[in-house]
Design a protein around this ligand. Structure first.
Ligand SMILES: Cc1cc2nc3c(=O)[nH]c(=O)nc-3n(C[C@H](O)[C@H](O)[C@H](O)COP(=O)(O)O)c2cc1C
Length: 176
């Protein structure tokens, strides 16, 4: 069984958000914690925008979430909030689909101007999905993530520190 599921709400796997996801996954790997990913952009677009609750792809994704002990939600800041892409999938989770799970929000933005988007935009939705163990979350900005060859990314120390602290807390929650 996978302990952690990562829900990737970016519109491209070439985004610097992918660098954050890669960092989170390698941290989990180091800790010997199993994980699975849901890339919302890989789910059928028609099912997402028509809110097709009976779609097999959506049901498979929901099963991954149901089995997980912890969920990492990743999104870039778009227009001062999380992406519409992410919301199309969150809308298809069961009413209390995050109940009983540790939930860690991770966001990237162009600047720190929307640092609070985690708190005023993303967290209320996660709470409404039943998340009561909602970790503080980390916000990274573009300039802290450099693109490298082969869709690899290099995070600077500040970004790593923010992410690592949150991932450590998540792992502590899993070990309770
Ligand atoms: C449509 C759109 C809206 C955006 N809105 C914001 C915003 O309101 N605040 C912000 O800090 N960054 C904003 N950004 C920047 C992204 O959050 C983020 O920096 C970007 O997705 C990561 O860059 P990359 O995908 O090019 O690697 C926006 C980007 C796009 C494409």
């Amino acid at each position: 069984m996978s302990n952690v599921v990562l829900i990737y709400g970016g519109n491209s796997l070439q985004s610097r958000l992918k660098g954050i996801k890669d960092y989170a996954e390698s941290y989990l790997k180091e800790q010997s914690i199993s994980y699975e990913s849901i890339n919302v952009i890989d789910l059928p677009a028609t099912d997402l925008i028509t809110a097709n609750f009976s779609s097999s792809a959506i049901l498979d994704a929901n099963e991954k979430v149901e089995k997980a002990d912890a969920v990492i939600i990743l999104s870039p800041v778009y227009k001062a909030a999380y992406t519409g892409i992410l919301k199309t999938y969150l809308d298809l989770l069961p009413q209390k689909g995050l109940k009983g799970k540790a939930v860690l929000p991770l966001m990237i933005g162009g600047s720190f101007g929307h640092l609070l988007a985690i708190d005023y935009a993303l967290k209320p939705v996660l709470s409404s999905l039943g998340a009561t163990n909602l970790l503080s979350g980390a916000y990274v900005i573009d300039q802290h993530v450099q693109r490298a060859e082969g869709n690899e990314f290099i995070l600077d120390e500040e970004a790593k520190e923010r992410l690592k602290g949150n991932l450590e807390t998540l792992v502590e929650e899993l070990n309770i």
